[in-house]
Design a protein around this ligand. Structure first.
Ligand SMILES: NC(=O)C1=CN([C@@H]2O[C@H](COP(=O)(O)OP(=O)(O)OC[C@H]3O[C@@H](n4cnc5c(N)ncnc54)[C@H](O)[C@@H]3O)[C@@H](O)[C@H]2O)C=CC1
Ligand SMILES: O=C(CO)COP(=O)(O)O
Length: 333
């Protein structure tokens, strides 16, 4: 089987290497031409996944149309804000029956489209049913080290979900299936917003109580928005919901949580981001989620405070006070 992986960030590189190790012929497309040259020469992605020697079944390219031409599987792993632009270039070259899997986690800030909506807008209707989405608690670095990990692939077409499950699973990468693409996608995108907030709480010096409250009430607001978008509430108890939320709100490897910690310590977003070359999806997804929730009339108090910290310069301590001082209410969605 031959596979194209689009996006040579830490996650795309890790998944490409996992598939190459499984014996597939994989071509990894990178946005940066000089990175392609270095990966071809040294078999290391020194920008986004240093320390991992990439398998010999892995080839590298900077030519997007050529990378997807003739491929049975196309795995999309770019930052979510550039997905649409890349699909417009790549889609005319997709094989008719290629399995398309998206592993990006985010929502477009201007159109408020989830990745499934982006792909449905950019691809012919005949492809929509079989689109597949991979999500769940999976730090690239741990997957690249072969640590046991469980993820989920969702598709409206059960045959395509099973096909993706067979292709992606290895002895250390266990893949479950689901048919709720909206829930699986939203869980993966919105947990980044709550992870930023959990980081802020840590940066302010708060403890485990605060973190547990943010995870639990974060899950409630993710579920509320998910239901409004047509997701099944059960999905949020699974790997793409609670699973990824727990991972990113507690794990030191989370970039979203790390940025939150620095905000909580009093640094500005500009200062924090100026030192990073990696994508921190939660920053833009906070803006998109705030807008989406306003449009749908859904109450998302943690996201709202996170939005005010990021985009209105609200002091984090004031945001926490305002969150705690809201009207008292019953638990639940
Ligand atoms: N790193 C991780 O552990 C995981 C990441 N993801 C998701 O995977 C997606 C990709 O993230 P990472 O691999 O972590 O990226 P990364 O932060 O490691 O690398 C940044 C990526 O952005 C690309 N890029 C920057 N500007 C670009 C442009 N103008 N056009 C095209 N590409 C551009 C770079 O080439 C590189 O691939 C995100 O949606 C992320 O949430 C999902 C699960 C795990
Ligand atoms: O999505 C992830 C793990 O599942 C990665 O999280 P960060 O982008 O916060 O590092």
């Amino acid at each position: 089987m031959n596979i194209a992986v689009i996006g040579a960030g830490s996650w795309g590189t890790t998944l490409a290497d996992l598939l190459a190790r499984k014996g597939y012929q994989v071509t990894l497309w990178a946005y940066e031409a000089d990175l392609v040259e270095r990966m071809s020469a040294n078999r290391v992605n020194d920008l986004y996944l240093p320390g991992t020697v990439l398998h010999e079944n892995l080839a590298f390219s900077n030519d997007l149309p050529q990378t997807v031409t003739g491929r049975e599987v196309v795995l999309l792993v770019p930052p979510s804000q550039v997905m649409a632009g890349l699909i417009r270039i790549a889609a005319p070259h997709f094989c008719e029956d290629a399995l398309i899997i998206s592993a990006s986690k985010g929502i477009e800030t201007e159109t408020l489209r989830m990745m499934s909506e982006v792909l449905e807008d950019e691809l012919p209707a005949a492809r929509h049913e079989g689109l597949t989405f991979l999500s769940g608690p999976s730090f690239a670095k741990e997957v690249a080290s072969g640590m046991p990990t469980a993820v989920v692939v969702a598709s409206r077409d059960p045959q395509q979900a099973l096909r993706a499950q067979q292709i992606m699973s290895t002895e250390s990468f266990r893949t479950y299936t689901n048919n709720d693409i909206i829930g699986v996608e939203l869980g993966g995108a919105l947990k980044n917003v709550i992870a930023l907030a959990a980081g802020v709480a840590d940066g302010l010096g708060f403890g485990y109580n605060s973190r547990a409250a943010l995870i639990t009430r974060g899950l409630a607001e993710i579920t509320r928005l998910g239901i409004a978008k047509g997701a099944s509430p059960d999905t949020f108890a699974g790997l793409a919901g609670m699973g990824d939320l727990v991972l990113t709100c507690t794990g030191d490897l989370s970039r979203n949580r790390s940025v939150g910690i620095e905000l909580g310590r009093g640094r500005s977003l500009e200062e924090i981001m100026s030192g990073m070359n990696m994508v921190v999806e939660g920053v833009k997804t906070t803006l998109a989620t705030y807008r989406l929730a306003s449009k749908l009339g859904v109450d998302v108090p943690i996201t709202e405070q996170m939005y005010k910290i990021l985009y209105e310069g609200k002091p984090p301590r004031q945001a926490v006070s305002d969150l705690m001082a809201r009207d008292l209410k019953g638990e639940g969605f």
